[in-house]
Design a protein around this ligand. Structure first.
Ligand SMILES: Nc1ncnc2c1ncn2[C@@H]1O[C@H](COP(=O)(O)OP(=O)(O)OP(=O)(O)O)[C@@H](O)[C@H]1O
Ligand SMILES: [Mg+2]
Length: 250
Protein backbone atom coordinates (compact mmCIF):
# COMPACT_ATOMS: atom_id res chain seq x y z
CA UNK A 1 0.00 0.00 0.00
CA UNK A 2 1.49 3.34 -1.07
CA UNK A 3 -0.60 5.71 1.05
CA UNK A 4 -2.74 5.10 4.12
CA UNK A 5 -4.79 8.01 5.33
CA UNK A 6 -5.94 7.18 8.86
CA UNK A 7 -8.72 9.02 10.65
CA UNK A 8 -7.63 12.50 9.66
CA UNK A 9 -9.17 15.35 11.53
CA UNK A 10 -8.47 19.04 11.01
CA UNK A 11 -9.86 21.79 13.19
CA UNK A 12 -9.04 25.38 12.28
CA UNK A 13 -9.11 27.78 15.20
CA UNK A 14 -8.88 31.49 14.62
CA UNK A 15 -6.48 33.29 16.88
CA UNK A 16 -8.85 35.95 18.13
CA UNK A 17 -12.17 34.19 18.45
CA UNK A 18 -13.18 30.87 19.93
CA UNK A 19 -14.80 29.82 16.70
CA UNK A 20 -13.72 26.44 15.33
CA UNK A 21 -14.02 25.09 11.81
CA UNK A 22 -14.06 21.32 11.53
CA UNK A 23 -12.62 21.10 8.02
CA UNK A 24 -11.99 17.34 8.26
CA UNK A 25 -13.98 15.17 10.65
CA UNK A 26 -12.68 11.69 9.95
CA UNK A 27 -11.07 11.02 6.59
CA UNK A 28 -9.92 7.48 6.06
CA UNK A 29 -8.83 5.80 2.82
CA UNK A 30 -5.98 3.91 1.18
CA UNK A 31 -4.20 4.46 -2.11
CA UNK A 32 -2.37 1.76 -4.06
CA UNK A 33 0.57 2.44 -6.33
CA UNK A 34 -0.70 3.20 -9.84
CA UNK A 35 -4.11 4.53 -8.85
CA UNK A 36 -5.67 7.64 -10.39
CA UNK A 37 -8.13 9.05 -7.85
CA UNK A 38 -10.40 12.06 -8.18
CA UNK A 39 -11.72 13.75 -5.03
CA UNK A 40 -15.00 15.59 -5.35
CA UNK A 41 -17.23 17.53 -3.01
CA UNK A 42 -18.96 20.85 -2.51
CA UNK A 43 -17.09 24.06 -1.88
CA UNK A 44 -15.89 24.07 1.74
CA UNK A 45 -16.14 20.28 2.13
CA UNK A 46 -12.43 19.98 2.97
CA UNK A 47 -10.83 18.94 -0.33
CA UNK A 48 -7.98 21.46 -0.32
CA UNK A 49 -7.41 20.91 3.39
CA UNK A 50 -7.03 17.18 2.72
CA UNK A 51 -4.68 17.76 -0.21
CA UNK A 52 -2.57 20.22 1.80
CA UNK A 53 -2.17 17.67 4.58
CA UNK A 54 -1.13 14.99 2.04
CA UNK A 55 1.29 17.57 0.60
CA UNK A 56 2.76 18.12 4.11
CA UNK A 57 1.90 21.83 3.80
CA UNK A 58 -0.48 21.53 6.73
CA UNK A 59 -0.54 19.33 9.84
CA UNK A 60 -3.69 17.45 10.84
CA UNK A 61 -5.22 17.94 14.29
CA UNK A 62 -5.48 14.15 14.62
CA UNK A 63 -4.72 11.12 12.47
CA UNK A 64 -1.82 9.98 10.32
CA UNK A 65 -0.73 9.79 6.68
CA UNK A 66 1.53 6.81 6.03
CA UNK A 67 3.57 6.96 2.82
CA UNK A 68 5.35 3.61 2.38
CA UNK A 69 4.98 3.04 6.10
CA UNK A 70 6.36 6.44 7.17
CA UNK A 71 4.04 8.88 8.94
CA UNK A 72 4.63 12.03 6.90
CA UNK A 73 2.66 14.20 9.34
CA UNK A 74 5.50 13.63 11.83
CA UNK A 75 8.38 14.79 9.63
CA UNK A 76 10.46 17.53 11.25
CA UNK A 77 10.01 21.05 9.93
CA UNK A 78 13.69 21.21 8.94
CA UNK A 79 13.34 18.11 6.72
CA UNK A 80 10.01 18.90 5.10
CA UNK A 81 11.19 20.90 2.09
CA UNK A 82 13.64 18.18 1.08
CA UNK A 83 11.06 15.47 1.66
CA UNK A 84 8.55 17.24 -0.58
CA UNK A 85 11.09 17.77 -3.35
CA UNK A 86 12.03 14.11 -3.42
CA UNK A 87 8.67 12.43 -2.91
CA UNK A 88 5.75 14.58 -3.96
CA UNK A 89 4.65 16.43 -7.07
CA UNK A 90 2.13 19.31 -7.07
CA UNK A 91 -0.05 20.86 -9.72
CA UNK A 92 -2.33 23.73 -8.79
CA UNK A 93 -4.98 25.83 -10.46
CA UNK A 94 -2.42 28.62 -10.86
CA UNK A 95 0.66 27.52 -12.75
CA UNK A 96 3.22 29.20 -10.46
CA UNK A 97 5.85 29.66 -13.17
CA UNK A 98 8.49 32.38 -12.97
CA UNK A 99 8.44 34.72 -15.97
CA UNK A 100 12.08 35.70 -15.40
CA UNK A 101 13.23 32.14 -16.13
CA UNK A 102 13.00 30.10 -19.33
CA UNK A 103 10.53 27.21 -19.41
CA UNK A 104 13.47 24.79 -19.11
CA UNK A 105 14.84 26.54 -16.04
CA UNK A 106 11.40 26.65 -14.46
CA UNK A 107 11.17 22.89 -14.91
CA UNK A 108 14.67 22.40 -13.50
CA UNK A 109 14.22 24.75 -10.56
CA UNK A 110 13.09 22.25 -7.88
CA UNK A 111 15.93 19.87 -8.76
CA UNK A 112 18.47 22.69 -8.88
CA UNK A 113 17.41 23.42 -5.32
CA UNK A 114 18.04 19.75 -4.59
CA UNK A 115 21.51 20.03 -6.23
CA UNK A 116 20.86 17.51 -9.01
CA UNK A 117 23.29 17.48 -11.93
CA UNK A 118 22.38 19.21 -15.18
CA UNK A 119 22.96 15.95 -17.04
CA UNK A 120 20.52 14.06 -14.83
CA UNK A 121 17.88 16.77 -15.20
CA UNK A 122 18.29 16.90 -18.97
CA UNK A 123 17.97 13.14 -19.19
CA UNK A 124 14.67 13.20 -17.30
CA UNK A 125 13.36 16.17 -19.27
CA UNK A 126 14.15 14.41 -22.55
CA UNK A 127 11.81 11.62 -21.44
CA UNK A 128 9.05 13.93 -20.28
CA UNK A 129 9.04 16.64 -22.96
CA UNK A 130 7.62 14.57 -25.83
CA UNK A 131 4.93 13.03 -23.60
CA UNK A 132 3.82 16.50 -22.46
CA UNK A 133 4.40 18.04 -25.91
CA UNK A 134 6.60 20.85 -24.63
CA UNK A 135 9.78 20.16 -26.68
CA UNK A 136 9.36 23.37 -28.69
CA UNK A 137 8.59 25.51 -25.66
CA UNK A 138 11.69 24.94 -23.55
CA UNK A 139 13.56 28.11 -24.58
CA UNK A 140 10.52 30.39 -24.27
CA UNK A 141 9.41 32.34 -21.22
CA UNK A 142 6.16 31.42 -19.42
CA UNK A 143 4.43 34.68 -20.46
CA UNK A 144 4.75 33.60 -24.09
CA UNK A 145 2.68 30.43 -23.50
CA UNK A 146 -1.04 29.68 -23.55
CA UNK A 147 -2.79 28.47 -20.38
CA UNK A 148 -2.77 24.86 -21.56
CA UNK A 149 0.93 25.03 -22.43
CA UNK A 150 1.73 26.59 -19.04
CA UNK A 151 -0.10 23.81 -17.24
CA UNK A 152 1.77 21.15 -19.23
CA UNK A 153 5.03 22.84 -18.19
CA UNK A 154 3.86 22.86 -14.56
CA UNK A 155 3.12 19.13 -14.85
CA UNK A 156 6.59 18.50 -16.30
CA UNK A 157 8.13 20.40 -13.37
CA UNK A 158 6.09 18.36 -10.88
CA UNK A 159 7.20 15.06 -12.46
CA UNK A 160 10.93 15.81 -12.72
CA UNK A 161 11.81 14.13 -9.43
CA UNK A 162 9.75 10.99 -10.15
CA UNK A 163 7.33 11.71 -7.30
CA UNK A 164 5.67 8.78 -5.52
CA UNK A 165 2.39 10.61 -5.90
CA UNK A 166 1.26 13.59 -7.96
CA UNK A 167 -1.20 15.83 -6.08
CA UNK A 168 -3.36 18.16 -8.16
CA UNK A 169 -5.85 20.73 -6.82
CA UNK A 170 -8.32 21.69 -9.56
CA UNK A 171 -5.61 21.57 -12.24
CA UNK A 172 -8.09 22.30 -15.03
CA UNK A 173 -9.97 25.14 -13.32
CA UNK A 174 -8.21 27.84 -15.35
CA UNK A 175 -8.35 25.94 -18.65
CA UNK A 176 -10.98 25.86 -21.39
CA UNK A 177 -12.68 22.60 -22.33
CA UNK A 178 -10.19 21.56 -24.99
CA UNK A 179 -7.11 22.26 -22.88
CA UNK A 180 -8.74 20.54 -19.90
CA UNK A 181 -9.42 17.39 -21.91
CA UNK A 182 -5.89 17.55 -23.24
CA UNK A 183 -4.37 17.77 -19.76
CA UNK A 184 -6.63 15.01 -18.42
CA UNK A 185 -5.67 12.73 -21.30
CA UNK A 186 -2.03 13.39 -20.39
CA UNK A 187 -2.80 12.49 -16.79
CA UNK A 188 -4.31 9.23 -18.02
CA UNK A 189 -1.22 8.56 -20.11
CA UNK A 190 1.26 9.15 -17.28
CA UNK A 191 -0.97 7.09 -14.98
CA UNK A 192 -0.92 4.25 -17.52
CA UNK A 193 2.85 4.59 -17.33
CA UNK A 194 2.67 3.93 -13.56
CA UNK A 195 2.36 7.40 -12.01
CA UNK A 196 0.03 7.54 -8.99
CA UNK A 197 -2.29 10.58 -9.13
CA UNK A 198 -4.66 12.25 -6.70
CA UNK A 199 -6.72 15.06 -8.19
CA UNK A 200 -9.27 17.36 -6.58
CA UNK A 201 -11.88 18.58 -9.04
CA UNK A 202 -15.33 20.13 -9.25
CA UNK A 203 -15.94 18.72 -12.69
CA UNK A 204 -17.62 15.37 -13.31
CA UNK A 205 -16.06 15.50 -16.72
CA UNK A 206 -12.55 15.76 -15.25
CA UNK A 207 -13.27 13.08 -12.64
CA UNK A 208 -14.44 10.79 -15.45
CA UNK A 209 -10.78 10.40 -16.45
CA UNK A 210 -9.87 8.87 -13.07
CA UNK A 211 -10.10 5.20 -12.11
CA UNK A 212 -11.79 5.90 -8.77
CA UNK A 213 -13.75 8.85 -7.40
CA UNK A 214 -14.04 9.69 -3.71
CA UNK A 215 -16.87 11.94 -2.57
CA UNK A 216 -16.23 14.09 0.48
CA UNK A 217 -18.95 15.80 2.48
CA UNK A 218 -18.76 17.55 5.84
CA UNK A 219 -15.15 16.43 6.25
CA UNK A 220 -15.82 12.73 5.61
CA UNK A 221 -15.44 10.42 2.62
CA UNK A 222 -18.94 9.07 2.30
CA UNK A 223 -19.04 7.41 -1.09
CA UNK A 224 -16.80 6.14 -3.86
CA UNK A 225 -17.18 4.98 -7.43
CA UNK A 226 -14.91 2.78 -9.52
CA UNK A 227 -14.58 3.26 -13.26
CA UNK A 228 -14.18 -0.43 -14.03
CA UNK A 229 -14.18 -0.75 -17.81
CA UNK A 230 -16.54 2.16 -18.45
CA UNK A 231 -15.60 4.84 -20.97
CA UNK A 232 -14.73 8.37 -19.76
CA UNK A 233 -18.10 9.57 -20.94
CA UNK A 234 -20.14 6.89 -19.21
CA UNK A 235 -18.14 7.25 -16.01
CA UNK A 236 -18.64 11.05 -16.08
CA UNK A 237 -22.39 10.52 -16.42
CA UNK A 238 -22.41 8.15 -13.47
CA UNK A 239 -20.41 10.68 -11.43
CA UNK A 240 -22.81 13.51 -12.35
CA UNK A 241 -25.77 11.43 -11.26
CA UNK A 242 -24.08 10.47 -8.01
CA UNK A 243 -23.21 14.11 -7.36
CA UNK A 244 -26.72 15.39 -7.74
CA UNK A 245 -28.13 12.51 -5.72
CA UNK A 246 -25.55 12.58 -2.95
CA UNK A 247 -24.27 16.10 -2.68
CA UNK A 248 -27.35 18.05 -3.66
CA UNK A 249 -27.10 21.57 -5.04
CA UNK A 250 -24.38 23.90 -3.81
N1 LIG B 1 -6.40 28.35 6.98
C1 LIG B 1 -7.69 28.24 7.36
N2 LIG B 1 -8.14 28.83 8.49
C2 LIG B 1 -9.42 28.71 8.88
N3 LIG B 1 -10.35 27.99 8.21
C3 LIG B 1 -9.97 27.38 7.08
C4 LIG B 1 -8.62 27.46 6.59
N4 LIG B 1 -8.54 26.75 5.43
C5 LIG B 1 -9.77 26.25 5.22
N5 LIG B 1 -10.64 26.61 6.20
C6 LIG B 1 -12.06 26.20 6.30
O1 LIG B 1 -12.13 24.78 6.24
C7 LIG B 1 -13.23 24.36 5.45
C8 LIG B 1 -12.74 23.51 4.30
O2 LIG B 1 -12.01 24.33 3.40
P1 LIG B 1 -11.29 23.76 2.08
O3 LIG B 1 -10.49 24.86 1.50
O4 LIG B 1 -10.59 22.51 2.41
O5 LIG B 1 -12.55 23.43 1.16
P2 LIG B 1 -12.61 22.93 -0.36
O6 LIG B 1 -13.41 21.68 -0.37
O7 LIG B 1 -11.24 22.89 -0.94
O8 LIG B 1 -13.48 24.09 -1.05
P3 LIG B 1 -13.38 24.68 -2.55
O9 LIG B 1 -14.09 23.69 -3.41
O10 LIG B 1 -14.14 25.96 -2.45
O11 LIG B 1 -11.95 24.88 -2.91
C9 LIG B 1 -13.95 25.64 5.03
O12 LIG B 1 -15.01 25.86 5.94
C10 LIG B 1 -12.89 26.70 5.14
O13 LIG B 1 -13.46 27.95 5.42
MG1 LIG C 1 -10.29 23.96 -2.54
Amino acid sequence: MLLEINHLKKIFRTRFSKEETHALQDVDFKVDTGEFIAIMGESGSGKTTLLNILATLEKPTEGSVMLNGQDITKIKESQLAGFRLRNLGFVFQEFNLLDTLSVRDNIFLPLVLDRKSYQEMNHRLNDLAPVLRIQDLLDKRPFELSGGQKQRVAVARSLMANPQVLLADEPTAALDYRNSEDLLNLFEAINLDGQTLLMVTHSANAAGHAKRVLFIKDGRIFHQLYRGDKSNKDFSKEISLAMSALLGGE
